[in-house]
Design a protein around this ligand. Structure first.
Ligand SMILES: [Zn+2]
Length: 520
């Protein structure tokens, strides 16, 4: 017996030693993974801050904000005079650009009501280098009347106060349009000659889908055989307060989500009587389908934009964060939970779904035979409209419910585009991405650059065609925290005057990096 007990103790000890060795090896492995994450940040000295006539530049932006270029999905409602005034303002504010660059609008694209603008800056030589397209839009979203009194300064005042320029469009997106024009005006005046063609596009209907603006311009480019190596539009920015990251993150959108509006409808043959209600009603069936969908979200997908973003931001984070990010296979669910906990993180992680309109019933004491809801989806790159519809069907599992993308809630045809497929995923190693990364570091030396997927839709989608554009990027160098993000489309939209001036330097440096010769 004694010998047997000794043998089993020995075995236990051997087992424990093996277990400890295994745990220690795992720990060493985890620590090595965390420690060996190599920084992907370009190290480059900041450029010397060029002198800019700030008063004139801010005046130009203020003038632009004062023109109420609100776009409407029914274009008959557009204030065409405001669009024309904006164009005249660009002509008079930027005489060098007006003289040097070709400008196309309206009839040039076969539609007199197309108020979007396309400028073409020809290359100094006939090199076969694909052109670049720099985009911004000059239309803005309307002001909600009930919110007017909450504005500290009237939304179309363009007031400069407390180191901010106030008004609708300062961030989204006239600030970028004016900064781009300022940069080009400075370069033309300095005698800069680009070695590749540069196009500037300023959309007039981005906020309502760009159908009569950039969609037509993209078509015009295709029919004129223009090839772009890059289109750069809004969508990403510089964000402060990224969890685990001390410095601000400059996020470049390499893809954007698609969208889909679906009418989910219940149609019963016999609604029943309200005084003897049946066990199930049209409203009840619809409500339980909505509940099912909300309880079963689309699957999370770290392999979407988040992994690429973490590849760039992870090495810049604290060691504790690097432990998780450097061992993503092991800590996958921890990371996914972290993202799921915030609305913005959740939107980055998966296709999202939200009910936006609901319709049922016609009087207080009768049962309706139909009930319908509009489901609004934002689809992750890598998924599709079709795969999203399949997911909805399998989640609902109720043959009394129909899903229609071509009909509104009342069964009439939709007058708006019902869906847009998610974009392609552009390269984060291309020459254009490198130029963007480099420029950001030259102008904003304290940020960490990373690619990511944009959850909103932009006009760049019209150029997301391999026959036209190799890569599409989305980045405007605004510098915002969580509170700042709510200003976009919101009350008291404003831009810090210093940020706007820095934006001019960004576009100027970007053009030099992408299209400058040695001699420039
Ligand atoms: Zn915008």
């Amino acid at each position: 017996m004694k010998i047997a007990a000794h043998g089993s103790r020995k075995k236990t000890r051997t087992f424990l030693i093996c277990l400890l060795v295994l745990i220690a090896t795992c720990c060493i492995f985890i620590v090595i993974n965390a420690a060996s994450m190599r920084s992907r940040q370009i190290r480059v000295p900041a450029i010397t801050q060029s002198a800019i006539n700030q008063t004139a530049a801010l005046d130009h932006l203020a003038n632009a904000i004062q023109i109420p270029t609100v776009s409407h999905s029914n274009r008959v409602k557009n204030n065409d005079l405001a669009f024309r005034n904006f164009q005249t303002l660009l002509d008079s504010s930027y005489p060098a650009v007006t003289a040097q660059l070709d400008r196309y609008t309206g009839d040039d694209f076969g539609d007199t009501q197309n108020s979007s603008l396309l400028y073409h800056w020809s290359a100094d030589q006939s090199e076969d280098t694909p052109a670049i397209l720099l985009m911004a839009h000059y239309d803005v979203v309307p002001i909600e009347q009930s919110s007017l009194e909450k504005w500290k300064h009237a939304p179309f005042s363009g007031v400069i106060k407390d180191e901010y320029l106030w008004g609708r469009g300062t961030l989204d997106n006239k600030g970028a349009a004016i900064a781009l024009m300022e940069a080009c005006e400075r370069l033309v005046n300095a005698g800069f000659e680009p070695h590749r063609d540069i196009y500037l596009s300023f959309g007039h209907d981005e906020e309502v889908g760009g159908k009569y603006g950039n969609q037509q311009i993209a078509e015009w480019m295709r029919s004129n055989g223009i090839r772009l190596s890059m289109a750069l539009d809004e969508g990403g920015g510089i964000y402060r307060g990224v969890p685990g990251l001390k410095q601000p993150a400059a996020l470049i959108g390499i893809a954007e989500k698609g969208f889909l509006n679906v009418t989910m409808k219940v149609q019963l043959n016999d609604a029943g009587h309200a005084s003897i209600p049946p066990g199930e009603t049209a409203i009840g069936i619809l409500a339980s389908a909505i509940t099912k969908l909300q309880q079963r979200p689309f699957p999370e997908n770290l392999d979407g934009g988040i992994n690429r973003m973490l590849d760039y931001l992870g090495p810049e984070m604290s060691f504790f964060n690097r432990i998780a990010i450097g061992n993503r296979q092991l800590f996958r669910s921890v990371i996914e939970n972290q993202f799921s906990n915030t609305a913005a993180g959740n939107a980055a992680l998966r296709t999202t779904l939200v009910p936006t309109m609901i319709e049922a019933g016609f009087t207080e004491n009768a049962l309706p035979s139909t009930a319908a809801v509009n489901l609004h989806l934002r689809i992750q790159p890598g998924e599709s409209v079709e795969s999203s519809l399949q997911f909805l069907e399998s989640a609902i599992e109720d043959n009394r419910i129909t899903l229609k993308i071509d009909q509104k809630l009342d069964g009439t045809p939709r007058d708006q585009v019902a869906f847009r497929e998610p974009s392609r995923i552009s390269s984060d190693t291309s020459e254009s991405f490198q130029a963007l990364h480099l420029t950001i570091k030259q102008v904003y030396p304290d940020v960490a650059v990373a690619p990511f997927f944009v959850v909103a839709s932009t006009d760049s989608a019209h150029y997301d065609d391999p026959a036209l554009t190799k890569n599409v990027y989305r980045f405007t160098p605004w510098n915002l925290d969580q509170a700042g993000l709510t200003l976009i489309h919101g009350v008291n939209e404003k831009i810090a005057t210093a940020e706007f001036i820095q934006m001019i330097r960004f576009y100027e440096q970007l053009i030099i990096n992408l299209a400058g010769n040695q001699s420039n």
